[in-house]
Design a protein around this ligand. Structure first.
Ligand code: NAD
Ligand code: DAU
Length: 341
């Protein structure tokens, strides 16, 4: 089977490429990625030179490029997106462009070339926040950030291509991933790498927001399962069954690295900050027989170890231009928080 993976130089995409080439060595992967600030060719070191993998630097909004790349592929696994909530709050335009328009370009090409399977990688954030209980696949979509609204639009657009054209689309909605190669702007890699360098850990608001954490390999195996056996027109929630507050995550990282509590720095809250994400994953478990294989405790330990052993990977990134966005974000918010006291 020839599979087009979009966004395969990003965090989850690169883990998926590695995972899938091992799990299904007879498949061929074409990897299309624009190498934005979040894409990194070094994430693919382990598969560069593998004859079953080819990399194309290109944009999913490029209609003629996408048309030529999609011709002849059997399946598409669509990861490419702008993925960071804080950046979407700062400026939503790239999120609308990539997540909505880019997905539209891919769907059109998939329709034209009669692709046999289109897995659209969506997120649990499309459901919005929930105080008690958990969202099922039939819960209403109520996204709260420009990021999650753009993902909700692409998720619904993908499903509309099944309803309208019978394009064999399946949507996955996964919870918060962590693991190797995650861009150090997201909570877990940011806090691990800041703590290692004795820098403050910026906790938004009261730190009691809850996320359901899943190890990235479990997300990859779930996407692989959906690619093989997922039903067209269906949505599958994917979760790790491991809900934690941000303070719990912070404490685990500080303890493992032997760093002081004084690194915890409470700052102005994220605007529109969703309080709790929680999803019910019975559907993928009962219908497709998938379950997470890794425990949170085991995989957070190995993830922290990975960042300790791969400092060159993240220190290169953190010394680059991505820091301009963060210096602006945190400087303003720490100042605002101190004004309120
Ligand atoms: P990421 O930001 O690490 O990677 C995104 C990749 O997409 C990068 O390699 C980037 O270069 C590429 N890309 C961005 N715009 C592009 C464009 N216009 N054309 C081609 N390539 C482009 O993101 P991630 O965390 O790996 O997330 C991957 C997908 O999974 C996203 O769709 C995200 O919404 C979804 N998701 C993420 C999580 C999570 O916890 N990280 C959870 C659920 C779902
Ligand atoms: O739920 C799935 C989603 O998880 C994905 O769709 C997104 O692509 C992914 O980025 C992630 O979104 P979150 O906003 O939940 O992840 P983030 O790592 O940005 O934040 C996790 C929590 O930690 C959230 O409550 C905000 C908080 N936080 C985050 C950062 C970066 C902090 O307190 N301080 C920080 O510096």
């Amino acid at each position: 089977m020839k599979i087009l993976v979009t966004g395969g130089a990003g965090f989850i995409g690169s883990n998926f490429v590695r995972y899938h080439l091992l799990a299904c060595p007879n498949d061929e992967i074409v990897n299309l990625d624009a190498l934005t600030y979040a894409g990194n060719i070094k994430n693919l070191d382990a598969v560069i030179g593998n004859s079953s993998h080819s990399f194309i630097k290109g944009d999913i909004r490029d209609v003629s490029l996408v048309d030529s790349v999609v011709e002849g592929v059997d399946s598409i696994v669509h990861f490419a997106a702008e993925s960071h909530v804080d950046r979407s709050i700062d400026n939503a335009s790239q999120f609308l462009e990539t997540n909505m328009l880019g997905t539209g370009v891919l769907l059109e090409a998939a329709k034209k070339h009669r692709v046999k399977k289109f897995v659209h990688v969506s997120t649990d954030e499309v459901y919005g926040s929930i105080e008690d209980g958990s969202f099922t696949e039939s819960s209403p979509i109520r996204p709260n950030s420009p990021y999650s609204a753009s993902k909700a639009a692409s998720d619904l657009l993908a499903l509309s291509y099944y309803a309208t054209y019978k394009l064999p689309v399946t949507v996955t909605r996964c919870s918060n991933n962590f693991g190797p190669y995650q861009f150090p702007e997201k909570l877990i890699p940011l806090f691990i790498t800041n703590a290692k360098s004795d820098k403050p850990l910026p906790i938004y608001g009261d730190g009691l927001n809850v996320r359901d954490w899943i190890y990235v390999d479990d997300h990859c195996s779930a996407v692989g399962t959906v690619l093989k056996n997922g039903k067209s027109g269906e949505v599958y929630n994917i979760g790790g069954g491991s809900e934690k507050t941000n303070i719990e995550i912070t404490d685990i990282i500080l303890k493992k690295l032997g760093k002081p509590e004084s690194l915890k720095t409470y700052i102005e809250d994220r605007q529109g900050h969703d309080r709790r994400y929680s999803i019910n994953c019975e559907k993928i478990e009962t219908e497709l027989g998938w379950k997470p294989a890794y425990s949170f405790e085991q995989s957070i330990e190995s993830t922290i170890d990975w960042y300790m052993e791969n400092e060159e990977w993240w220190s290169d990134i953190k010394s680059g231009r991505y820091m301009e966005f963060y210096e602006k974000l945190y400087a303003g918010r720490i100042a605002d928080a101190s004004k309120r006291e």
